[in-house]
Design a protein around this ligand. Sequence first.
Ligand code: 6R9
Length: 653
Amino acid sequence: MTEQSPALDNLLTESRTFPPSEAFSAQANATADFYAEADADREAFWAKQAERLHWETKWSQVLDWTNAPVAKWFVGGKLNVAYNCVDRHVDSGHGDQVAIHWVGEPGDSRDITYAQLKDDVSRAANALESLGLEAGDRVAIQMPMVPEAIVAMLACARIGVLHSVVFGGFSPTALRSRVDDQAARIVITTDGQYRRGKAAPMKVNVDEALEGAESVEKVIVVRRTGEEVPITEGRDIWWHELVDGQSAEHTPQAFDSEHPLFILYTSGTTGKPKGILHTSGGYLTQAAYTHHNVFDHKAGEDVYWCTADIGWITGHTYIVYGPLANRTTQVVYEGTPNTPHEGRHWEIVQQHKVSIYYTAPTLIRTFMKWGNEIPQKYDLSSLRVLGSVGEPINPEAWIWYRENIGANSAPIVDTWWQTETGGIMISPLPGVTATKPGSAQKALPGISAKVVDDQGVEVGKGGGGYLVLDKPWPGMLRGIWGDEQRFRETYWSRFADQGFYFAGDGAKYDADGDVWLLGRVDDVMNVSGHRISTTEVESALVSHPTVAEAAVVGATDPTTGQGIVAFVILRGNAVDGGDEAVQELRNHVAKEIGPIAKPRQILVVQELPKTRSGKIMRRLLRDVAENRQVGDVTTLADSSVMDLISSGLKSGK
Ligand code: 6R9
């Protein structure tokens, strides 16, 4: 496996444990015997979890794995995902319960009950149908965190249309490639979005993206910031004009358990993002099961807040599908954590008495940087479960989270999973597990994960290797949109003999057999919990006329986990590699991919270190980027290259 960074080595020396309090355990949803129950009969265990949902027709078979690696879960079952997330809570007498406490960045807010959500989703579903959309069609959504984004997703699900949410920070080029890949018929967006206290445009970016996009028939625009936007006659429609006048009655049709629910694009090791495909019954089962047990959620009592954006899988599974299936009352916040001040999250926790809070290590480290005195100003006593997701959490941040946010008592659940897994896979269970700072610990009941060596043989306690998932699970991806070959190659070819799913993460067992995640082993970087491939950034750089060649590495970063560091060779001698040129390149990457992909640092070099077969040795560049002694250079075609790079950097060239 690839070498570990010093920060990750550090994780493995951590030995503190925090057993659950008796009081917490006594009321916990999860119990220790879940593990044995699931081990005894996995399919019976999952069948029991599927009973959390309303099925119009019950399944005849729990799992069909005969066509592996494409699974079928709850075969023959029929359900409507939106009905499960909305209507049935109204039908069971909870229509007045708040589903969403929405908090806008500028200070506006809306409380939406389940009854209102049902009306909103029904109207939107009628609206989409009035445009001729049919089950199986695709709708792309690029929106900020406004309630209509959630309504749009649920409306698609209700009529069997696949949504594909594209993160609001993605560039027009990135949106376009996703729209084209799935041949989306409709795009839903907003006029603008609030970011850091200012209104920023959104619709104009969508217009730029869609120039000449043949599949797109209509663009629906939600009014958010009120800024003026150009309207393309015949194509663009205002959401309020289309949706508000629709009937609030809409009969949900039941779809097959394996009916596709959504596509979500994520970075792989090549430049082209992968459209990860998820289906209905299995996905929703795992979403509901994990949300209930991992967060110890109690419907009608807890106030839950997941700080993710709906543009990422965490927003899909732990803002939309899992929580709503479980009749959660949740906070949805539109904006940035330091607008208008650095206590914004804690102010919201205090105001809404948030009891379950789920966020990412990068944000926890940012809170640490802002200072302990900020959360101390607020009443956080309502918090009883804290979650972390997106990247390995370093023990220091874990302890800070526990002490400063969790009053030294709230259990922390460090949840490992991926866009591809659909839901949480490895995590402590609050009330059951004695937690360890920095370790995700154990595969959940019903889930099976192993750490294996190069040959696919499980390593022993204390050993490290690759994380694999050795048994199918309900929320697993069913493919990559339009590219079955890539699906098989990416996930199933590495350990084809054993039939393991290759996650792309390095991991290690400690002496107790608990799992510690060590970061990606492929060319995927993790910046603030966002997956960005080195190739994607390299292609963006070489698309600039001044760049001849580029190599990109993820370097350990104290706040964002990894930071993007690029090494570029400029074309010809005429171009100088001064600050302005570098700034221009950084902006170019932001324009091509989105601001999250903007390199932290760009170093202009004369040569790149390559092996004889022409592979760039990123390991050596990472040494430079992390200010380490450069490692073994013997496999380089020209071993003097590293001296050239290092001396060039020192002399500021
Ligand atoms: C949910 C999500 C997946 C990649 C994954 C891994 C990293 C996520 C983690 C974690 C260590 C955790 N990752 N959670 N690493 N501990 N608790 O983040 O999905 O955006 O697809 O990223 O994120 O490297 O492979 P996604």
